[in-house]
Design a binder for this molecule. Structure first.
Ligand code: KIV
Ligand code: NA
Length: 271
């Protein structure tokens, strides 16, 4: 199977309708990418890796070097999905030129096909600059975690008329600027539906609506790796319990010397 492309992702939405929703999950490592790849259209190397695998308090301390290292691993582990790499906080906001330097490094050093950045109207000039220079950009509006300090937390957005108007204007601005798709995160459902109807590019929902053109979740959240997750996460499994039970079993067998057993040791040379 040949790898999907950004134009093919865009062509999944025809005259405002996406018959088969786009499937996207986060991936941070090669093996995780290998397992998820056959089931997805896109893999997102999200800066959520800051919290999920580095234990950081937010996505703000995530660096370009971290995104490049994990992005390259995910590209090596996948052959089918379009790989999108998040631009970390501080790597793109200063100017279109700064964004181009960071994004071109991501594409050149990872082999990923696209970058994602947070922001609407304020990032439109940057999105235009990158898209016109061969860098496909996925935008991200609504609840934008890199703006946690300005937003005052991770609560859902769009509960006032002013917020709704802002989110819709952001979505339209990124489309107009040339974004190939837009993530809509943590918004009142009506807004996600409205934006999905009003833009021609695919909308990818997370805490948005089943009527978006696609969905994304943080894989570890979906797998049930964490106790506490946002309302919009559905835990499809309980991987935390699997790991806990498995580690406990291993520890018990080490302590009672039943591991390693005969099958795991090299028998004596018979000569
Ligand atoms: O970093 C991330 O994982 C994301 C998705 C949740 C959209 O940006
Ligand atoms: Na992100």
């Amino acid at each position: 199977m040949k790898r999907l492309t950004v134009p093919k992702i865009m062509r999944r939405k025809v005259d405002g309708v996406t018959e088969e929703p786009l499937v996207m999950l986060t991936a941070y490592t090669a093996r995780q990418a290998q397992l998820l790849d056959p089931h997805c259209d896109m893999l997102l190397v999200g800066d959520s890796l800051g919290q999920v695998i580095y234990g950081l308090p937010s996505t703000l301390p995530v660096t370009l070097d971290m995104m490049v290292a994990h992005g390259a691993a995910v590209v090596r582990g996948s052959y089918h999905s379009v790989v999108v790499v998040d631009m970390p906080f501080g790597s793109y906001e200063a100017s279109p030129q700064q964004a181009f330097e960071s994004a071109s490094r991501i594409l050149a050093e990872t082999g990923a096909a696209a970058v994602k950045l947070e922001g609407g109207e304020a990032m439109a000039e940057t999105i235009r600059f990158l898209s016109q220079r061969g860098i496909p950009v996925m935008a991200h509006v609504g609840l934008t975690p890199q703006a946690v300090n300005a937003l005052g937390g991770y609560m859902a957005r769009g509960r006032s008329d002013a917020e709704e108007a802002k989110i819709v204007a952001d979505g339209k601005a990124v489309e107009e600027a040339g974004a190939f798709a837009v993530v809509i995160e943590g918004v009142v459902e009506d807004i996600a539906i409205r934006l999905t109807e009003e833009v021609a590019i695919p909308t990818i929902g997370i805490g948005a609506s089943a009527r978006c053109d696609g969905q994304v979740l943080v894989t570890e959240d979906m797998l049930g790796m964490f106790e506490r997750v946002p309302r919009f996460v559905k835990k499809y499994n309980d991987i935390a319990a699997v790991i806990t039970e498995t580690a406990a079993k291993y520890a018990e067998e080490v302590r009672d010397r039943s591991f390693p057993g005969d099958a795991q040791v090299y028998p004596a040379k018979k000569d």
